[in-house]
Write a protein that binds this ligand. Structure first.
Ligand code: UD1
Length: 362
């Protein structure tokens, strides 16, 4: 059996790592393709180093562009790769444009697709990721769901139950394997931080950065609280803040850094008092680390994180945000963990692939 796995953007790398190791352990022939959707060192290479992933076998070098340009270029380059490599199965992870391009290119060449992180839905078609999720799930032969609600979403869309497998959360497997290593990071010393005495924020989503004024309002409202907030800045958000000369208007309690690697970021998350984010995966990582999360969105596809207020949705509303920050309790709480968010997710996925040869036929 020959497997071809596709990654491209930052949140893909930690999702492929456990699978890469599991295929290697079982001596299954695998090829790793990187589309080049993310290309800056601190958006890509640093993750390969931190996660001890080998250099991708094939690098497509697609880079940035509009959705049409980026996805189209990835598809045409993927076709060439698939023609040459002729895998028995393509693996795609998450919901980025590389996920969609890889899945479409593959299925059009009648190569079956396995989607890891299938079934998440925000029911918000304004999110490009929601479109990617729906389309990829519709054309995949193996749908590996991280949660029971993801399974329910797939069933309610009429997807054949025989193709849906509840296996748990692959990204959490990587978190669990790296938590000890992250404790050796010296990022707290580098940024002069005391454990549980700062907040951590990431904001990069297209809908949150499209209106620069809203972005500035967010930063101004955070400048009024008396907690230090660390903001590793995505390149897109950085450009917007710079172009609008906003950096000088931000309060002294806000410390902006370059995007961080996986290990440093894990250490920063684990020790933070709270996390503010518009990312998907970080909501889940916060839950696992028992750090309260405030999500800068009006909806989430990670609904399991909303239980017991482990995660609160505030959109980009400064008032809701400040109330949510005030509501954070002094003492650290332990949140209930969803089933199968453990260190056996890749094992379950590979066992499933091996034991269902009938799904390799379209
Ligand atoms: C993508 C994913 C998003 C994910 C995010 C993680 C899609 C539709 N979105 O969004 O789900 O949460 O990655 O970061 O796939 N840029 C650089 N250097 C890089 C990469 C990007 O400067 O290495 C800048 C470019 O200006 C680019 C912009 O960031 O145009 C956006 O990059 P893109 O990959 O299109 O989307 P993300 O916002 O990163």
């Amino acid at each position: 059996m020959k497997i071809l796995s596709i990654v491209g953007a930052r949140p893909n790398f930690m999702k492929i790592k456990p699978l890469y190791e599991e295929f290697k352990k079982r001596k299954i022939n695998q090829t790793l393709v990187h589309t080049g959707q993310h290309y800056d060192k601190n958006m890509s290479k640093v993750f390969f180093e931190d996660l001890e992933l080998p250099k991708p076998d094939i690098f497509l070098g697609v880079g940035s562009g509009t959705h049409g340009v980026q996805t189209g270029l990835m598809m045409s380059k993927m076709e060439e790769v698939l023609l040459k490599e002729k895998p028995d199965l393509t693996i795609v992870v998450g919901d980025v444009n590389s996920t969609l391009a890889g899945a479409i290119a593959s299925i059009k060449m009648q190569i079956p697709v396995a989607h890891v992180e299938a079934g998440y839905r925000s029911f918000d078609l304004k999110m490009p990721e929601e479109i990617n999720r729906i389309l990829v799930d519709r054309i995949s032969q193996f749908l590996f769901a991280p949660t029971k609600d993801a399974v329910d979403n797939l069933v309610s869309e009429g997807i054949d139950k025989k193709r849906i497998f509840f296996v748990g959360n692959i990204m959490i497997e990587t978190l669990l394997s790296n938590i000890q290593k992250s404790k050796k990071s010296n990022i707290l010393e580098t940024l002069s931080l005391d454990s549980r005495n700062y907040g951590l924020m990431t904001v990069h989503r297209a809908e949150n950065t499209a209106d620069p004024k809203k972005l500035l309002e967010l930063f101004i409202s955070l400048s009024e609280i008396d907690t230090k907030i660390i903001v590793p800045l995505h390149p897109r958000t950085k450009i917007i803040l710079e172009e609008n000369a906003y950096l000088g208007k931000i309060g002294k309690n806000i410390e902006i850094t370059e995007p961080l690697g996986y290990i440093d970021f894990l250490q920063l998350m684990s020790n933070s008092k709270f996390i503010l984010t518009d990312s998907g995966g970080i909501q889940e990582e916060a839950l696992m680390l028992d750090v309260p999360c405030i999500t800068l969105r009006n909806n989430t596809e990670r609904v399991v994180t909303l239980k017991e207020n482990a995660n609160i949705l505030v959109g980009m509303d400064p008032l809701k945000l400040s109330l949510a920050i005030k509501g954070i309790q002094k003492n650290k709480r332990s949140y209930p963990k969803p089933p199968l968010w453990d260190n056996k997710v890749a094992e379950r996925i590979v066992n499933t692939i091996i034991s269902h040869p009938e799904l390799f036929f379209l």
